[in-house]
Design a protein around this ligand. Sequence first.
Ligand code: FES
Length: 298
Amino acid sequence: MTHATSTVLDTAASRIEHASSLDKLSEQLAAVLRRLLPPGPIRDLASGSPIGHPAHPLLVTVPIGSWTAASMLDLTGGDAVATRRLIAAGCIAALPAALTGANDWLTTSGAERRVGLAHAALNYTALGLYTGSWLARRRGRRLKGALLALTGAGVLSGAGWLGGHLAYALGVGVDTTAFQHFPQDWTDVCAESDVPDGRPIVREADAVPMLLVRDNGRILALAARCTHRGGPLPDGTISDGCVTCPWHGSTFVLADGSIEHGPATRPQPTAEVRVVDGRLQVRRSNEPRALRTRPIGH
Ligand code: FES
């Protein structure tokens, strides 16, 4: 059975994904944002590195909840002052949500960046409508305020759908190694002598590309694909027991894959390493995730 609604929405999303006319504006906006948000602890926080997940989806719940509650009060004849305060709370809470969204958007490209731009444009439109709603209520015009809020809710729904498309269809914010698993049993990957000092090499274990590096005489193994947006860690820099991704600068501790600096929010999968008769063998070590190579729903 064809679902007409999803076909219409997917067609709209596809048009945005292919709208290369948005790229010039995106580049100009990104240049400004990069100056405002230089790499560092603030950007790590905005990315969600300290909490292990992107911060943006968490923060958007506050304005959405406040504004939805306000419209519920409007529709049920609830207290006018409480409704106005909920609208104001939503407008204030939208600012950190916008900041974290802009931060995430900076590390997107191509179709993701275009959809992200449209998502942001709709969200800012909704914020403008809710701000207008608050102003109308302050002047005692509740009906106008209620109508502006309902219009804002409609625009916000479109923005929310595009946000879902970014995460669930395009994979923005998803750990790019979520479906990769190193072998459970010890698996031969190469000769120990294949791993030079200080320079990483790439080998596969169960078809998972793996970065092997000799650090202080010890051979360490991590997934070669950066958990953030899939950057090639073998092309990154190795220093002070860490590897830094060449794409957006996420830095992972070689020994355990933990995050030293964002914007990555998930640690890098690692493998245990042993040497048997001069051959290097690996097996999975940190496997905090439930997703399988082929998710089957149980
Ligand atoms: S892909 Fe973004 S930091 Fe690696």
